[in-house]
Design a protein around this ligand. Structure first.
Ligand code: SF4
Ligand code: SF4
Length: 370
């Protein structure tokens, strides 16, 4: 099972409609963060470092619906924090599905089996399960043993109940390409619909700063992870974004394509950077100096960023923006990517974080669970 044709058609007609009307900036996916609290404390996380009183708060369903209606994006991603800790997450998802939005509910899956009764299988709903590699790598990335096994069991349960299930994987500089490729095989074997994979962003607040990739490291690593991809692998990514990650296609960031709404309002300029908030989406569009962001701007905070939320919307827009890009996507879809000459193994950076035990202790943060 792949992405439903109705979703592809909705996205294609939405983007083409914007292009035909000459709309320069439009949202493709709303990143709706209903809360920041989580039941994990991953080393690369930049979202859970808020004071406890903020971690305890969450958006109401009405606030979520208002943001969704205001923004108008056809797809909604619900990251966090851990959305399943939200007491009204079932009501929020139901309201979004009723609006015919394609929803990706991101979860570390610890609570998925417990809460799955709150959801109904629908072509509009996909669980997006956080998996940063096979067992050992994933448990290391999330700083807790046993989480991989829980996630796998939750994937099996959700697939068996007829839900759409995808995975989302953040790649850090300690990723082992062979392990990642093994994980792709495993996910396809479990009936996962598609896999989303992205480099991590160097959050200033993330506890482990030595995990992040520089741009040339990203392209070398992704060549080895997704280069010469098996035909059986299905990625929940546009083909141009995959080529971009491998360094074979140039894209510029369009941060308005995946705007972020959370407890504080519309985050400027993107899901990753926090340079203030706006009360309305229109205010975000109209008052942000977009020339200050993206690689071409020279902004050092953007120099190494190749993250999905900055570039996937660009890849989709570019697909319908030129014959060259469109024909490349058709070629990639029908024939697959050309064989890559893989770069040699690079020695990983020295682990400056101490032993695994020390590292896990180092990233223990205030965490709330239910
Ligand atoms: S699962 Fe990990 S990365 Fe995701 S919000 Fe929780 S702590 Fe952060
Ligand atoms: S390049 Fe990355 S950090 Fe900079 S605006 Fe785009 S998404 Fe945000």
């Amino acid at each position: 099972m792949g992405v439903p044709v109705s979703q592809m058609w909705t996205v294609a007609s939405y983007v083409l409609g914007k292009k035909l009307r000459g709309v320069k900036r439009y949202p493709l996916v709303l990143m709706l963060e209903p809360l920041f609290r989580c039941n994990l404390a991953c080393a690369g996380c930049g979202k859970i470092q808020y004071p406890v009183d903020i971690l305890r708060r969450h958006l109401t369903p009405e606030q979520c619906f208002k943001a969704v209606d205001e923004c108008g994006a056809p797809m909604i991603s619900i990251p966090g924090g851990e959305p399943l800790l939200h007491p009204q997450i079932g009501e929020i998802v139901e309201g979004l599905v009723a609006r015919k939005k394609y929803v990706y509910l991101c979860t570390n899956a610890i609570l998925l089996e417990k809460h799955i009764h709150q959801f109904k299988p629908s072509k509009y709903l996909s669980f997006s399960i956080h998996l940063d590699g096979p067992k050992e790598e994933h448990d290391f990335a999330v700083c807790r043993e046993g989480v991989y096994d829980i996630a796998i069991q939750a994937i099996k349960t959700a697939v068996a109940k007829g839900f759409r299930v995808t995975t989302n994987t953040t790649v850090y500089n300690n990723a082992n390409p062979d392990s990642m490729r093994e994980m792709f095989d495993n996910m396809m074997g479990l009936g996962v619909e598609g896999m989303m994979i992205s480099p991590g962003y160097q959050y200033e607040k993330a506890p482990s700063q030595d995990l992040f990739l520089h741009r040339n490291q990203t392209t070398n690593l992704f060549k080895r992870i997704v280069g010469n991809a098996k035909r059986s692998w299905r990625f929940n990514l546009s083909p141009l974004f995959v080529e971009f990650l491998k360094g074979n296609w140039d894209l510029e960031c369009t941060p308005w394509g995946m705007p972020a709404y959370n407890l504080f309002g519309w985050q400027r300029p993107c899901y990753l950077l926090n340079e203030g908030y706006c009360e309305t989406f229109q205010e975000l569009l109209d008052t942000t100096d977009w020339s200050r962001y993206g690689r071409a701007s020279g902004n050092p905070k953007c120099a190494d960023c190749m993250v999905h939320c900055g570039y996937e919307a660009t890849a989709v827009a570019d697909t319908f923006g030129s014959l060259k890009a469109f024909s490349q996507v058709v070629k990639l879809t029908l024939l697959g990517a050309a064989r890559e000459k893989l770069p040699p193994d690079e020695p990983g950076p020295e682990n400056t974080s101490g032993s695994d035990e020390e590292r896990i202790r180092k990233v223990q943060l205030p965490v709330l669970s239910s």
